[in-house]
Design a protein around this ligand. Structure first.
Ligand code: ACO
Length: 334
């Protein structure tokens, strides 16, 4: 874990990206901003009232020298962002008046900054529930041209090195799409392979999970996963993506060899794709709690520019780490 985060941080240091943190009312965010600048992981923009932020930083004994503070209520870019929002959403019923109202919300303001390329990425969620962070990003930044869905992956650090790449695995979608269709599931598999390749630096072996292995059961739920595997293989024949696999066949070499002989992925999968959000969310929490491992994320993938969501229970280190991950995602375009 330490190793993985240290690698990400050293890349972030090199890339010098600008990340906007809209939730400056949270002391953890102020402390994280000071820490990120101190470690030179990224350039930071904090949104909020300059005097209030400076006062709180002083009380917390945090040095914000080098951090840019922008007050969305007074900033010169208000007109530009409101107009941009209006133009992007007018066919969805947006009015200019409503756009001005929405940009008073720091989450919308930060999202528009990223859209306008005034920042490279955004990290929020320590004070806001997931849908409030995701919705503006989905409406304004939208997906990359090659994807129709955004999904949420977890980097799993499992203490047993026999799984994945020395215990490092990627699980998706564990955070966003309640019931993806086959096309969406295929895209989630492809986006996850890219995240594993670029962020984790590993060769992805992607298993599309089910309760059946290669025809051992017949059901419409199994057929959905099989169809997703066919679509993924058609879209990206260069990637090793296979399904349907039961999870033991995906990650245990002996079971993989028995249930899916000849498979390139079975027994060695390091990227696990769950068929829906219930299994994904349950799966990552079960693996984390029962193995005593760690789950880092969700890392949002498929978005045109990186936006990441913190848990409201996060600590300062988790904010610092997610900013470093976001900076690396920005550099690699994942
Ligand atoms: N990918 C890309 N775009 C999307 C996606 C997606 N997965 N979902 C919605 N959108 C787009 C829509 O196309 C729409 O765009 P448009 O307005 O330009 O047409 C816009 O986002 C809003 O779509 P809605 O259908 O109105 O979606 P809503 O705003 O209700 O919700 C959300 C979207 C927030 C992602 C919802 O699907 C959700 O709540 N998902 C579950 C999140 C969650 O609670 N996760 C579990 C907790 S996280 C954890 O445990 C780690």
């Amino acid at each position: 874990m330490l190793n993985f985060i240290e690698k990400v941080k050293s890349k972030a240091r090199e890339f010098k990206r600008t990340i906007v943190l809209p939730e400056s009312k949270d002391d953890r965010v102020i402390k994280a901003a000071g820490e990120i600048i101190g470690q030179q992981l990224a350039k930071i923009i904090l949104l909020g009232n300059e005097r209030e932020i400076a006062e709180r930083a002083k009380n917390l004994n945090v040095d914000l020298n080098g951090v840019t503070i922008i007050d969305p209520l007074k900033d010169n870019n208000r007109d530009r962002y409101a107009n941009h929002l209006y133009e992007l959403r007018k066919n969805k019923g947006m009015t200019l008046e409503k756009a001005y109202e929405l940009i008073n919300d720091p989450l919308y303001y930060a999202t528009l900054m990223v859209k306008a390329e005034d920042a490279d990425g955004l990290v929020a969620g320590s004070l806001s529930p997931t849908p409030n962070v995701l919705r503006p990003a989905l409406q304004i930044i939208k997906t990359k041209p090659e994807f129709s869905v955004v999904s949420g992956a977890f980097i799993m650090v499992i203490p047993n090195p026999q799984f994945g790449e020395q215990g490092i695995m990627l699980f998706a979608d564990c955070a966003v799409n309640p019931d993806p269709n086959p096309q969406q599931l295929a895209e989630i598999a492809i986006a996850s392979a890219m995240t594993a390749q670029k962020l984790l630096g590993i060769t992805p072996y992607v298993g599309l999970l089910s309760f059946s292995t290669k025809g051992s059961a017949e059901h419409e739920l199994v057929e959905k996963v099989r169809e997703a595997a066919r679509i993924a293989n058609r879209l990206r024949p260069d990637l090793k993506i296979e399904g349907e696999l039961q999870v033991d066949a995906a990650i245990v070499p002996a079971v993989g060899a028995q249930k899916a002989p000849g498979s390139e992925v079975a027994g060695r999968a390091n990227v696990l794709i769950f068929p829906d959000l219930q299994s994904g969310n349950i799966g990552y929490k079960l693996a984390q709690r029962m193995s005593g491992g760690e789950a880092i994320g969700p890392i949002l993938q498929g978005m045109a520019k990186p936006v990441n969501d913190l848990s409201r229970g996060c600590n300062v280190d988790e904010i610092v780490n997610l900013v470093a991950i976001t900076a690396v995602q920005s550099y690699y375009g994942i």
